[in-house]
Design a binder for this molecule. Structure first.
Ligand SMILES: *[C@@H]1O[C@H](CO)[C@@H](O)[C@H](O)[C@H]1NC(C)=O
Ligand SMILES: *[C@@H]1O[C@H](CO)[C@@H](O)[C@H](O)[C@H]1NC(C)=O
Ligand SMILES: *[C@@H]1O[C@H](CO)[C@@H](O)[C@H](O)[C@H]1NC(C)=O
Ligand SMILES: [Zn+2]
Length: 287
């Protein structure tokens, strides 16, 4: 038989990805965040991550970054459903940790939780912790994952994307990314990822250090990412996107740069977080 069990498992997994294509930042958004992150891993981080990844990932973090979306509707994982977002009270355009979360059950709380599991390794399933951190670092950068409670982060705002009926949340998870691939990236996710990596190296290189920064002795800094997201949701996502609207070129061309930057920031910050955990620098105080 030509197919090894491993290849077969990997194909089933890929199929599951395709079928569940419409959840989370879409599969493509999460894949891009993790693919970019891996290219910024320090050596020890890469070794540690490869050790923790399930075999079927073949050493590629990006291969498992949508796993938390695949399981979140299963009864045994129902407690993870609320970890993909944080609710903001309607029309408030700012973020407060204590307001949007009950018992840390929100995307920021989950990032704190699973990074600390990766740090203090003993009794947790590190494979799960790594897949959760990597996924939630993507979600927290999708502005509508910090959206208003009343419209469920744009899910209840039904509108059209060009000729297609959809909702605003899905526009930000998938549609902008898909249209960008068709229009600018030869219908190819990897061409799009290369373009983002190029922008990181040139257009955004001066911003990257500030994106990475986190106070000394902290491994994760998700609160500012959530603040940025609700700010972007108010200024760009909800703006000119009332129910029943048809969104077209004006909306697409002005929002695409936001989406691209958020994916790149997610990748940089995931790498920085995992580097702090697995390739710690000697503290300045000790020097
Ligand atoms: C933290 O992780 C544990 C399992 O490892 C899970 O039971 C708990 O719900 C998580 N809490 C949050 C806020 O993510
Ligand atoms: C860790 O979690 C993964 C994904 O849920 C699972 O496949 C694996 O069996 C778990 N490992 C252990 C030691 O429980
Ligand atoms: C665009 O994609 C097609 C088919 O996937 C490929 O044959 C072609 O070489 C690509 N063009 C560029 C400029 O990358
Ligand atoms: Zn998600």
């Amino acid at each position: 038989m030509g197919l090894s069990l491993r290849t077969w498992v990997a194909s089933i997994l890929l199929l599951t990805h395709l079928v569940h294509g419409a959840l989370g930042w879409g599969v493509d958004g999460h894949y891009a965040v993790c693919k970019i992150a891996q290219s910024y891993f320090e050596e020890k981080t890469l070794v540690a991550v490869k050790k923790i990844l399930p075999v079927y990932a073949n050493g590629e973090l990006a291969a498992v970054c949508s796993w938390p979306d695949e399981i979140k509707r299963r009864p045994e994982w129902s407690c993870t459903y609320a970890l993909h977002f944080v609710n903001t009270p309607d029309n408030e355009c700012n973020y407060e940790y204590s307001r949007g979360t009950h018992n840390d059950k929100c995307v920021t709380g989950a990032i704190f939780n699973y990074t600390s599991q990766l740090m203090f390794q003993f009794h947790y399933n590190l494979t799960e912790a790594l897949m959760f951190v990597s996924h939630f670092m993507g979600d927290i950068h999708q502005p509508l994952h910090e959206g208003f409670v009343g419209d469920q982060g744009g899910n209840k705002i039904k509108l059209n994307w060009y000729e297609q009926e959809t909702n605003l949340h899905r526009v930000w998870d998938n549609k902008i990314i898909e249209s960008a691939q068709e229009k600018y990236y030869n219908s190819s996710l990897s061409v799009m990822i290369h373009s983002l990596q190029h922008k990181l190296k040139y257009a955004w290189s001066n911003d990257v250090p500030s994106w990475e920064s986190c106070p000394p002795h902290k491994s994760a800094c998700p609160n500012p990412y959530a603040s940025e997201s609700i700010d972007l949701a108010c200024k760009y996502a909800y703006k000119n996107a009332a129910p029943g609207t048809t969104l077209g070129d004006d909306y697409f061309l002005s929002r695409l740069p936001i989406v691209e930057k958020r994916i790149a920031q997610g990748g940089i910050r995931l790498a920085a977080t995992l580097n702090r955990i697995f390739s710690p620098k000697p503290s300045i105080a000790a020097a």
